[in-house]
Ligand binder design. Structure first.
Ligand code: BGC
Length: 762
């Protein structure tokens, strides 16, 4: 039961309908389909009827009021690629809809073990015809191109005719909301249908984007469980293809229509149409049950690797599973894409990839599926050249600067003060690579790809910074907190830059004599003198500290600003970004999200415990948590500082953020980073996991009313099971060649299948 989310359909308002479209979306990392009602919603409803492909985009002009030198002129936007979800059902001519007749009962279900969403409905038409409807949807993890709808209708109290009108609409538009900067402001016709045809009732279409010239092919086929069904497929206006299925039914009879949609694209396939045709043929030969079986198998492996259970709080347990499942749904399974801020669940942030991936989502995959994590990091390697070009555009003479938000690696942020100026993205990517290495020991990745990224990002710091009185400073950057922009020496930025410089040099020494190391040195022309400069900058990195208060200021000028009066700010004025001019916000001490506090999570040596505690307490009073990336970071740091109640309370808020629509915008898509943050709050926060050069350690505690919790992680190819109980913690090596581990300060060596137990009260 803890992997099933159920929601009764009682409220058919616009708000609730859109929210359920997000919560019950299906995705597999390649395609994402919003949980839109097949039959549609009233015309005045403002919903997103979306189907997306990870990394599939078009290019649109970026409007700049004043086009200053090297401003971003174009941006990429993830496209809604087609509509193959629409199915209308008629009982003797009366059309099923929740907005006519009577919905006697209705439920939406997400079954995370089976990997399907389901809608079950009992509906009565205006003339009293009762239908029992069961609709199952799946985006297959086994065959990433495949989306299925299994639509079963039982004629409960009549004999007559059931009709299914199923559509394949190749040309669709994106959603827009000019009032919300987190969404696209204008709608545009990006797609042109270049091929559409019907072969033996199967429909095919190819669309091409206007500017990026990418092609998307869709192939749609239907199966019906009744041999007396009459099927007719025709093409109409705008290349909309309709498959009309008419079935005579007797009272109590069930008709099942299975709709298979296959998506392919020219990013991954030379000839997407042929690839789609071949895939569809194979899929039809295998049949739906084969894919249901494979889906279950895939998820059982996933939940074994990413197993996490909480005793004593069923709702949280469910929320935690939901968050991990959504991370899996959102993550690309190839390096053509990555993980968008909203996954593949909606159009918020236009399908862009941010630091969210490296700092919030990736740690989950590093610990539960290192191969996938490696691939996600590969994406950054694939886009390194574009980061080099970006650095040049920004006036740097060398190095690489990763874009703040992007799809293919080019900067897509139009407002540089809270976009491009967030140079910490470089340090975040470096941090993620180093963390991946420390958890997996995969030096090959460092040799082949990682060190090149680290050296180029480190070069950028050297170019961006300068020395003042012997201290290395980084001026005019923006930290993670977007309510404070363009500052000198943002503490978080300087900390990640320091780490980046340290490890770029350290790896250099580790690999310089190897064949691949030599190749890399030659390729990027790195000199020993530069490495020395990196070491020097690292050693002399300036880190702000306020002697008077014993608190770490977010940046050099932070404490010279007045404190924003959060108590007097009307509730309806949050999030502040939607109600106040940014410049006004910048002049106050007010934080959108964890910034300095986030650094305390990443670095044990950030400051001594007293400074961290004082600073944490201070930032608590001035942080709005308007960003969903905030509370999870506060939870982890609270746990680190032994503030157990606070850690638990921040965690509770972040774990159910989407399920309870706490930010009131889940309708635009899930908050993927928060989901990763919530996972980290358990393993790094409550369980006190630390993985560094000296090895792995845990130091867990039981939060709130929990009576126990357990999870699996992978460390250096060892699969560990960690079980925290009221008075003890045990660690079992499920598989692997063995590892040392420190548990509550005691050192152990674990062999395969061995369990160690430590009394946590001792
Ligand atoms: C946050 C950023 C984040 C972005 C995408 C913004 O609200 O301030 O830190 O990267 O959302 O999730």
């Amino acid at each position: 039961m803890n992997k099933i989310i159920e929601k009764k359909m009682l409220d058919f308002s616009n708000e609730e309908t859109s929210l359920s479209e997000t919560l019950f979306h299906n995705a597999n990392g390649y395609i994402g389909v919003r949980g839109t009602l097949e039959e549609g919603v009233p015309g005045d409803y403002d919903t997103m009827r979306g189907m997306y492909i990870n990394g599939f985009y078009d290019i649109i002009p970026m409007k700049q009021a004043e086009n200053l030198c090297n401003f971003v002129e174009e941006k990429e936007t993830m496209l809604n690629v087609a509509d193959t979800q629409t199915i209308e059902v008629y009982a003797d001519g009366e059309r099923f809809s929740h907005f006519s007749g009577k919905t006697l009962s209705g439920k939406r279900i997400l079954n995370m073990e089976d990997g399907i969403t389901e809608r079950t409905v009992i509906w009565e038409s205006e003339t009293g015809k009762k239908l029992n409807i069961d609709i199952k949807r799946m985006t297959s993890f086994h065959e990433l191109s495949l989306f299925t709808i299994e639509y079963a209708v039982t004629a409960e109290n009549f004999s007559g005719e059931l009709e299914f009108k199923s559509y394949h609409k190749p040309k669709v538009r994106n959603y827009c909301n000019p009032k919300d900067p987190r969404l696209a402001a204008e709608s545009h016709d990006h797609l042109k249908t270049i091929i559409s045809c019907i072969e033996n009732s199967i429909s095919f279409a190819v669309t091409e984007t206007e500017k990026s010239r990418l092609k998307c092919a869709t192939a749609v086929a239907h199966e019906v469980n009744k041999s007396n069904a009459r099927i007719c497929t025709t093409e109409g206006e705008d290349n909309i293809i309709t498959c009309d299925i008419i079935v005579p039914v007797k009272k109590g009879e069930t008709v099942v229509v299975t709709k298979y949609s296959v998506f392919t694209d020219s990013l991954r396939e030379k000839d997407p149409l042929t690839a789609g045709r071949n895939k569809l043929k194979r899929i039809l030969d295998n049949g739906l049950n084969y894919y249901y079986g494979k889906q279950k198998e895939y998820l059982s492996r996933f939940f074994e690797r990413a197993m996490m259970e909480i005793d004593g709080d069923e709702a949280l347990n469910k929320a935690v599973n939901f968050n991990m499942y959504e991370l899996l749904q959102s993550s690309a399974k190839d390096s053509h894409g990555n993980i968008a801020a909203k996954g593949l669940s909606g159009e918020g942030y236009e399908g862009h990839y941010f630091w969210d991936t490296e700092m919030f989502m990736l740690p989950f995959f590093v610990l539960t599926d290192p191969d996938l994590a490696r691939m996600l990091l590969r994406y950054r390697y694939e886009t390194l050249d574009k980061a080099r070009e970006n650095a040049l555009l920004l006036g740097h003479k060398k190095g690489a600067l990763y874009p703040w938000r992007t799809i293919t690696g080019v900067e897509c942020s139009g407002y540089f003060p809270s976009g491009t100026a967030q140079y910490h993205i470089n340090g975040d990517i470096a941090y993620a690579i180093i963390n991946y290495y420390l958890v997996t020991g995969d030096l090959e990745f460092i040799n082949e790809w990682g060190e090149e990224i680290l050296l180029e990002t480190a070069r950028l710091w050297l170019d961006a910074g300068n020395y003042v009185k012997g201290r290395f400073v980084l001026n005019d950057v923006t930290g993670p907190d977007e309510y404070t922009c363009m500052v000198n020496n943002n503490y978080y930025t300087n900390m990640v830059a320091r780490h980046n410089l340290l490890w770029a040099a350290r790896f250099y020494h580790m690999i310089k004599e190897t064949a691949s190391g030599k190749k890399l040195i030659k390729k990027i022309g790195i000199k020993e003198a530069e490495i020395k400069e990196m070491e020097e900058a690292c050693k002399n990195m300036y880190l702000p500290y306020d002697e008077e208060t014993g608190i770490i200021p977010q940046d050099d000028s932070f404490f010279s600003k007045p404190v924003w009066d959060l108590k007097k700010t009307p509730r309806e004025n949050f999030p502040l970004l939607l109600h106040y001019h940014p410049l006004h916000l910048y002049r106050y001490q007010v934080c959108k999200q964890a910034d300095t506090v986030m650094a305390f999570f990443l670095f044990d040596d950030a400051a001594n415990k007293d400074t961290m505690l004082k600073s944490f307490r201070y930032y608590e009073t001035i942080t709005t948590h308007d960003s969903s990336l905030s509370k999870c970071a506060f939870s982890i740091v609270a746990a680190k500082l032994s503030l157990k109640d606070e850690a638990f309370s921040y965690f509770g808020n972040s774990a159910k953020l989407d399920l309870n629509n706490m930010h009131k915008n889940t309708k635009d898509g899930i908050h993927t980073a928060n989901m990763g943050g919530c996972y980290m709050a358990v393993v790094y926060g409550f369980a006190g996991l630390k993985i560094g050069e000296s090895g792995i350690s845990i130091n867990p505690f039981l939060p709130g009313k929990w009576t126990g919790y357990r999870f699996n992680i992978c460390y250096h190819e060892n699969n560990l099971h960690i079980d925290v109980k009221k008075d003890s913690v045990s660690v079992t090596l499920l598989s692997g060649s063995g590892t040392g581990i420190t548990v509550c300060g005691k050192e152990f060596t674990l062999k395969e299948k061995e369990t160690i137990e430590v009394n946590t009260n001792a």
